[in-house]
Design a protein around this ligand. Structure first.
Ligand code: NAG
Ligand code: NAG
Ligand code: NAG
Ligand code: NAG
Ligand code: NAG
Ligand code: NAG
Length: 461
């Protein structure tokens, strides 16, 4: 369990240009973020180029090392949590995006900015940083979205070389959305709620050191994007908030998610729809629904998810541990997926593959086509299960799971009973100590998958 932390602290430091030369900060579990400002505003000696003229500007913009710093309050933002600051963000983004050199938009600490649904669109002329050290809060009333795309709140698209960081908070004000969800109140119509932060068709993204809370639906979604590094996020929403996935990765490639703490109502991390080369490391989850590949194949869609490695996770009181779920009737595949070094505590379904997934009020019809599942490894998965069935492989009759591999699995019962494995149309092999005992059906070429697990299936991210 080398990757797991035994101390409640996750500390790191970051260096940035401009005003703050060194910040070190600690994430303290169940406490707020503590900032230690060292060497703060030691800007003497920084070379100032002539400030560029900005609308409503005072004197605070400056250019150093050809990086322009834009302060959000210079664009008319009030930061009192009541007045609408959307326009200020739009103006700052527009200017930052048009500059020929690196720009940094600073949203200062100690304030709360109310922002309505907003598009941060690219392409931009050069790299951009959005430095959030305050709280950005969404309108509480879902009716604000009337006539707008219900799927978006903070929406970044077509941006290349973007960094979002700063230690601040993004608050989706999800409470009223949850109350109106059909999953909470069955008499309500089912309608979509916004993803708090979406990155659509973006490239070369760094997202780090941000807290995302009370998202309306998903906290952070990457769609059709690539070259992404996500780290030191703290995500939280109540255990019963509907569809509040932590990090959702869809149709994206080369994504690294590291050292995040995710407590939410739905999947901790979900990976769907033609995503590949995904590395997930050092994740703490719970409550929530665990780490999930899928759902895949919904409404007869074709999905291809491959080269995924989850290495080092700690799940506590989650509904699932590591899961692959597919709908009947889909096509494509989930392949080359390794889950390793995962610690589970009182997890209801620690290891689960379900090819009969059906998240609908009406039962799903039985169909013959399926998203195929093969080359899936579970290595070093330990801890406790809240239910008797700690390992469950419910695979398709028409497209059985192949080359599943279990090694060094020790899942005992949280309440001191026995644990068991369930297999249906599940082929593969095991090695080392495996408890509950494997029920995989053997087939030939299983050697390949064992070698893959040993050498690590992802070489380059
Ligand atoms: C896992 O997380 C829980 C709760 O966050 C913590 O109490 C526990 O010590 C962690 N376990 C490991 C092995 O890091
Ligand atoms: C400017 O760039 C130089 C070289 O990359 C670096 O050493 C220096 O710290 C930077 N200064 C500021 C204020 O960012
Ligand atoms: C469910 O929604 C209906 C219609 O919107 C409302 O009248 C009812 O009070 C709600 N029930 C609960 C338990 O909130
Ligand atoms: C995924 O890729 C397949 C094959 O290239 C394509 O047919 C399918 O439409 C893609 N699915 C999505 C959701 O992009
Ligand atoms: C263990 O998990 C079960 C099922 O989710 C839950 O009811 C119970 O409260 C959990 N126990 C603890 C101590 O959290
Ligand atoms: C699907 O097949 C299973 C097993 O044969 C059966 O128990 C179930 O009722 C079927 N579901 C539907 C909706 O036909």
């Amino acid at each position: 369990m080398g990757k797991l932390r035994s101390s409640p602290f996750v500390c790191f430091s970051s260096h940035s240009t401009a005003i703050i030369s060194s910040i070190s900060l600690c994430f303290v579990q169940r406490a707020s973020i503590i900032f230690l400002f060292l060497n703060f505003t030691n800007v003497s000696g920084v070379k100032f180029d002539p400030p560029i003229q900005l609308p409503g500007s005072r004197t605070s913009q400056y250019v150093s090392n050809s990086s322009t710093v834009l302060y959000i309050h210079d664009f008319g933002a009030r930061g009192n949590g009541m007045s609408d600051d959307t326009k200020a963000f739009q103006k700052a983004w527009k200017i930052a995006c048009s500059l020929s050199s690196e720009a940094k938009i600073v949203v200062p600490a100690g304030k709360k900015f109310l922002v309505r649904p907003i598009d941060f669109s690219g392409p931009c002329r050069s790299g951009l940083t959005l430095w959030i050290s305050c709280t950005i809060v969404a309108p509480r009333d879902p009716d604000v979205w009337d006539g707008l795309d219900p799927n978006k709140w903070l929406y970044f698209h077509g941006v290349n070389y973007l960094t979002v960081e700063g230690g601040g908070t993004v608050d989706g004000s999800g409470k009223e959305w949850w109350a109106r969800s059909c999953k909470i109140n069955h008499t309500n119509p089912c309608r979509r709620a916004p993803k708090a932060i979406t990155f659509h068709r973006c490239k070369n993204l760094i997202v780090r050191n941000i807290m995302s809370i009370n998202s309306q639906q998903m906290h952070m979604a990457f769609t059709g994007s690539k070259q992404i590094v996500v780290s030191y996020l703290r995500i939280s929403a109540p255990a019963h908030s509907p569809n509040t996935d932590g990090i959702h990765i869809s149709a994206s490639k080369n994504v690294e998610v590291k050292d995040c703490i995710i407590r939410t109502g739905d999947d901790c991390i979900s990976i769907v729809s033609n995503s590949s080369k995904i590395l997930v490391e050092g994740i703490t989850c719970g409550p929530g629904h665990g780490i999930s590949i899928g759902s895949l194949g919904k409404s007869n869609s074709r999905d291809q998810v491959h080269d995924v490695k989850v290495n080092g996770a700690n799940l506590t009181n989650t509904e699932n541990g590591v899961r692959i779920k597919t709908w009947q009737g889909g096509s494509g595949f989930a392949s080359g997926i390794t889950f390793q070094n995962v610690w589970m505590e009182n997890v209801s379904n620690p290891i689960i593959i379900n090819q009969y997934y059906c998240d609908s009020f009406v039962p799903c019809a039985n169909q013959t086509s399926a998203v195929s599942i093969n080359k899936i490894s579970f290595v070093g998965i330990k801890g406790t299960s809240a239910t008797e069935t700690a390992v469950s492989f419910a695979c398709s009759d028409s497209s059985p799971c192949r080359m599943l591999y279990l090694e060094d699995v020790q899942l005992t019962s949280y309440t001191g009973e026995i644990t068991t494995s369930f297999c249906w149309q599940a082929y593969g092999s095991s090695s080392g100590l495996v408890y509950p005992p494997s029920c995989l059906l053997s087939s030939c070429n299983n050697r390949i998958i064992q070698q893959q697990a040993e050498s690590g299936s992802i070489q380059s991210i």
